[in-house]
Write a protein that binds this ligand. Structure first.
Ligand code: A8S
Length: 186
C-alpha cells in the first residue's frame, strides 16, 4: 500500500531502521529507491564488493584497496573523464552480510563532495511472482560554497540514479542468464 509520499509500509520501516541521517544546517540529505528484477543474493554480491565498485558504477574506471578488506579500509577510486572530479578516497564504515547493508564515507579526493556519507541496503521482494530486490540508498553531504541545497541534492541524486540503473541492468542480465534452461543434449 502506498502512502502520500509514494512509499509503502515496508519501505518506510527500512528507511527508519537504516537510513536516518541527521543533516546539519549546511548539509543536504536524501534517498533513492530502486526495484530490481533479480534475487537479493545476486544484487548483494555486487553491492558488497567495496573493492570493486566499477563492477556496476558507470563513472568509475579503477579502484584500489590497500591491505585486507575490513571496517576502516580505504579505497582509492579513479573517476572516468567528463566529470567534475578525477579521484575519490572512500572509507568502509559498515558491511553487514546478514542485513545486507553497506555504508561508505568519502574522506578525500579532488571533488566537491565534502563529508559525504552514504548507506545502501538491499531487501528481498517479489516482482510479478519472481524473486526481486528492493534497493534503498541514502546520503548526507555538505552543500558546497556557491551552491544551494537543491542543486547539491539534484547533482548527487543524478549520480546515484545512474549507479542504481546500472546495478539493475547488470543484475537483471545475470538473473536472466541464470533462469535460462540448459539445452537438452540429443
Ligand atoms: C557513489 C556516489 C557518488 C559518487 C560520486 C555520489 C563521484 O564518484 C562522482 C563524481 C563526483 O563529482 C564526486 O556511491 C565523486 O559512488 C562520480 C568523485 C565522489
Amino acid at each position: 500500500m502506498m502512502n502520500a509520499n509514494g512509499f509503502c509500509g515496508v519501505e518506510k520501516e527500512y528507511i527508519r531502521k537504516h537510513h536516518l541521517h541527521e543533516p546539519k544546517e549546511n548539509q543536504c540529505s536524501s534517498f533513492l529507491v530502486k526495484h530490481i528484477r533479480a534475487p537479493v543474493h545476486l544484487v548483494w554480491s555486487l553491492v558488497r564488493r567495496f573493492d570493486q565498485p566499477q563492477k556496476y558504477k558507470p563513472f568509475i574506471s579503477r579502484c584500489i584497496v590497500q591491505g585486507d578488506l575490513e571496517i576502516g579500509s580505504l579505497r582509492e577510486v579513479d573517476v572516468k573523464s567528463g566529470l567534475p572530479a578525477t579521484t575519490s578516497t572512500e572509507r568502509l564504515e559498515l558491511l553487514d552480510d546478514e542485513e545486507h547493508i553497506l555504508s561508505v564515507r568519502i574522506v578525500g579526493g579532488d571533488h566537491r563532495l565534502r563529508n559525504y556519507s552514504s548507506v545502501i541496503s538491499v531487501h528481498p521482494e517479489v516482482i510479478d511472482g519472481r524473486p526481486g530486490t528492493l534497493v534503498l540508498e541514502s546520503f548526507v553531504v555538505d552543500v558546497p560554497e556557491g551552491n544551494t541545497k537543491d542543486e547539491t541534492c539534484y547533482f548527487v541524486e543524478a549520480l546515484i540514479n545512474c549507479n542504481l540503473k546500472s546495478l539493475a541492468d547488470v543484475s537483471e542480465r545475470v538473473a536472466v542468464q541464470d533462469r535460462t534452461e540448459p539445452i537438452d543434449q540429443v
